[in-house]
Design a protein around this ligand. Structure first.
Ligand SMILES: Nc1nc2c(ncn2[C@@H]2O[C@H](COP(=O)(O)OP(=O)(O)OP(=O)(O)O)[C@@H](O)[C@H]2O)c(=O)[nH]1
Ligand SMILES: [Mg+2]
Ligand SMILES: [Zn+2]
Length: 293
């Protein structure tokens, strides 16, 4: 995993770039702002010297970029959900996984707070999804698997505020000592303890903690074309070529193999319902909103 000339963190117009000479604090050339491009954590950049200080002169071509969390060149996204406090929102989880897959990022679901409630509903829904699911319990095996997954990749932890992303990172990487926060009992959610995306070197890869989200504006920030959505549900794959009509949207068409698989219990109905919900919102997104993808 290349760390040299990688943006590790951006904060208040300053970027922390890992270089052969160590971590340098840089500004970005004015040209980026004029073009409406922001350098992101995870970007590989070319530096120049301006008035004796290093500046970001160029962003090397990105493999992908997420708007929320703002990060570039991801290989793997740990989508973290807690069994309770806050309760999981299945639609949000499905959206995060689909957005990752749409951008060529491998999603892995991580379930925390299994000491407070059983993870059964989540395990049941994702068992046939083709998405790996890890339950963080008292045992070390899932942590070992996370370390293994991070190796050689650029990874990030995302999920609602308060699900325990920073707590988990501290467990797999105690030297990080990320700040964690109490859940607000009144609001039943986290307090946005983590404020920015920051990359850390670990286990031969790079791993990012990110601020939690609590809004549902995922589709606007990372829209998926409705025609691509079917490919963002891995469990649909075996059926896609078996529908009666080419261009089947798998909603109301006759002879739809995906719907049949749902009826036969091969695809979980919750996943299919979320596909339908996402299809509706994708249909409502205007062409111009896809600009900058
Ligand atoms: N019981 C229990 N509590 C946990 C677990 N993981 C995290 N917590 C608690 O949940 C609260 C929130 O944890 P954080 O790690 O700050 O959550 P976060 O996802 O980083 O939140 P943001 O930075 O706001 O996005 C803290 O009080 C943690 O101690 C768990 O597995 N079990
Ligand atoms: Mg945090
Ligand atoms: Zn179909």
């Amino acid at each position: 995993m290349q760390t040299e000339n990688r943006i590790m963190k951006g904060i208040g117009g300053f970027y922390y770039v890992q270089t052969a000479e160590g971590l340098l604090t840089c500004k970005a050339k004015g040209i980026f702002r004029k073009r409406g491009i922001s350098p992101l954590a995870g970007d590989l950049v070319r530096l120049e010297t301006e008035g004796g200080s290093p500046v970001i002169a160029e962003i090397l071509p990105r493999k992908n970029a997420l708007v929320r969390p703002p990060i570039a060149n991801l290989d793997l996204l740990f989508v973290v959900a807690s069994t309770v406090e806050p309760n999981p929102n299945f639609l949000v989880l499905d959206k995060m996984c689909a957005i990752a897959l749409d951008k060529g990022i491998v999603p892995v679901l991580v379930i925390t707070k299994t000491d407070l409630a059983k993870p059964d509903p989540l395990e049941e829904i994702y068992a046939s999804s083709g998405i790996e699911l890890l339950c963080i319990s008292g045992e070390d095996a899932p942590l070992e698997r996370i370390r293994e997954l991070i190796s050689g990749k650029l990874c990030a932890f995302t999920g609602n505020s308060g699900v325990g992303k920073s707590t988990l990172l501290n467990r797999i990487l105690p030297e990080l000592d990320q700040q964690t926060g109490q859940i607000s009992k009144k609001l039943g959610r986290g307090r946005h303890t983590t404020r920015q995306v920051e990359l850390f070197e670990a286990f031969g890869g790079l791993v990012a903690d990110t601020p939690g989200f609590s809004s549902l504006d995922l589709e606007r920030t990372n829209p998926i074309f409705k025609e691509n959505l079917q490919f963002c549900f891995p469990e649909f794959a075996p059926y896609l070529t078996q529908c009666r009509f080419t261009g089947c949207s798998h909603r109301t068409e006759k002879g739809c193999a995906v719907r049949q698989a749902v009826e036969e219990g091969k695809i979980h109905p919750h996943r299919y319902e979320d596909y339908l919900a996402m299809y509706e919102s994708a249909s409502a997104i205007k062409e111009w909103e896809y600009n900058g993808r």
